[in-house]
Ligand binder design. Structure first.
Ligand SMILES: NC(=O)c1ccc[n+]([C@@H]2O[C@H](COP(=O)([O-])OP(=O)(O)OC[C@H]3O[C@@H](n4cnc5c(N)ncnc54)[C@H](OP(=O)(O)O)[C@@H]3O)[C@@H](O)[C@H]2O)c1
Length: 314
C-alpha cells in the first residue's frame, strides 16, 4: 500500500506560495521504495509520495512573472508531496507546459528526464562515451536519448526483460547477467568508457572506465528492506572516491531542485520543448485514476519497459 492516499490534505497557505491543482503525477520506483519505508530521504511513514506533477495554477503570489492563473505547469518538488489534488509551492518550481502536449504524457517526464540531464552534465568535460546501467529503465531511456543528443557513443546494460525495448534506443546493449559483459565492453569501447551512469550501486564499475573517467551514481541498490542503509553507505563511499581515478559523483534531482533552482527550471523547460518539437520521446503513460491508487504502486514497481505509471488526479 502507498503511504498515503491522494487527498485534500491541509494546504499551508503563505503569501509567497502558488497553489496548483494537480491533474497528473507520476509513480516511480522511488515512490515504491518510499512506500515500503526503504527510502533514505523519506524514511518514515506519514508523508505524501510523488516527486513530480502536472497541474493548473489556481493562485499566484503578487509579482510572479512569466506565470498566470489558469496556466498549465509542470514541476519537480524538492521533497515528495505530489500525489495529492492541490499543492502549495514556490512559483520558482513551476515551468509552463507547451499547449500541444498531453498532460499525462508530460507527467512521465520531469523527474526522470531532469535527473538524466544532470547525470550526463556531471560526466568529465570532453567525454565521448558513456555506459548507462539499466538503459531500458525509466531513467536509463532518458539518459540514452539525451546522451545521443550530445553526440556520445552509448552503451547500455539490460537483461532479457527489457532487451527488446533497449535495443530500440539505438545504443550498444550488453546483458548485465553475462559474467563477461565488462570485458566485452572494454573490448568494444577500446579500453573503457569515459563515464558511467549507474543506479545499481555496482562497485566493480571502475573496471570499465577509461583513465580520468567518472561514475555518476543515481542510486545504490541494495536488497529490499535494506535500501536506506545501502544509500547511506553509497553516499559516503562516493564522497570518498570524489578525487579517485575514476572519480565518482552523486547526482540527486531533489538536491538539484533545492539548490540550483534556475538551472533546474531551464532544463525542465528545454525537455518540455524537446517533447513539443518531437526531438525527445516520453514513455507511454499507464494511467490510474485516483480511486485505483493502491494498484498504481505495484504496477510502478514492475512497469513494462517504455511505460511509466501516472496518477490521474482529476
Ligand atoms: N538520483 C535521482 O535523483 C533519482 C531520480 C529518479 C530515480 N532514481 C533512482 O534510480 C533508480 C532507477 O529508477 P528507474 O525509474 O529507472 O527504475 P526502473 O524503470 O525500474 O529501471 C531499473 C533498471 O535497472 C536495471 N537493472 C536491475 N538490476 C540491474 C543490475 N544488476 N545491473 C544493471 N542494471 C540493472 C533494470 O534492467 P532490466 O529491466 O533489464 O532487468 C531496469 O532497466 C531507482 O533506484 C530510483 O530510485 C534516482
Amino acid at each position: 500500500m502507498p503511504p498515503t492516499q491522494p487527498s485534500l490534505h491541509p494546504l499551508r497557505y503563505s503569501s509567497d506560495r502558488a497553489v496548483v491543482r494537480v491533474t497528473h503525477a507520476s509513480v516511480g520506483v522511488t515512490d515504491v521504495m518510499a512506500a515500503r519505508g526503504d527510502y533514505l530521504l523519506h524514511p518514515r511513514p506519514g508523508f505524501i509520495s510523488g516527486y513530480d506533477l502536472v497541474g493548473e495554477i489556481e493562485s499566484l503570489p503578487a509579482g510572479s512573472s512569466g506565470l498566470r492563473v489558469g496556466q498549465r505547469v509542470a514541476a519537480i518538488l524538492p521533497g515528495m508531496g505530489a500525489h495529492t489534488t492541490r499543492v502549495t509551492l514556490s512559483p520558482s518550481l513551476l515551468v509552463p507546459v507547451p499547449e500541444a502536449l498531453d498532460s499525462a504524457s508530460v507527467a512521465t517526464a520531469p523527474l526522470d528526464a531532469v535527473t538524466a540531464h544532470f547525470a550526463l552534465a556531471a560526466l568529465p568535460p570532453g567525454s565521448t562515451s558513456v555506459l548507462i546501467q539499466g538503459i531500458g529503465g525509466a531513467l536509463g531511456a532518458w539518459a540514452a536519448q539525451l546522451a545521443q543528443a550530445r553526440g556520445l557513443r552509448v552503451w547500455g546494460t539490460a537483461s532479457s526483460r527489457s532487451q527488446a525495448f533497449a535495443e530500440g534506443l539505438g545504443a550498444h546493449i550488453l546483458d548485465y547477467r553475462d559474467p563477461d559483459w565488462m570485458n566485452t565492453l572494454n573490448i568494444q569501447s577500446g579500453g573503457g568508457v569515459d563515464g558511467v551512469i549507474d543506479a545499481t550501486g555496482n562497485r566493480d564499475l571502475h573496471r570499465v572506465v577509461a583513465p580520468r573517467g567518472r561514475i555518476v551514481r543515481l542510486a545504490f541498490g541494495g536488497p529490499i528492506g535494506r535500501q536506506k542503509s545501502a544509500t547511506a553507505r553509497g553516499f559516503v563511499r562516493t564522497g570518498l572516491h570524489r578525487f579517485a581515478d575514476p572519480s565518482e559523483r552523486v547526482c540527486s534531482a531533489p538536491m538539484i531542485v533545492a539548490l540550483r533552482r534556475d538551472a533546474y527550471r531551464r532544463v525542465l523547460a528545454d525537455i518540455l520543448a524537446g517533447l513539443d518539437t518531437g526531438s525527445l520521446l516520453a514513455p507511454e503513460p499507464v494511467i490510474y485514476p485516483l480511486d485505483r491508487v493502491a494498484e498504481a504502486f505495484p504496477a510502478a514497481g514492475s512497469a513494462v519497459p517504455g511505460t511509466k505509471v501516472v496518477l490521474d488526479l482529476g
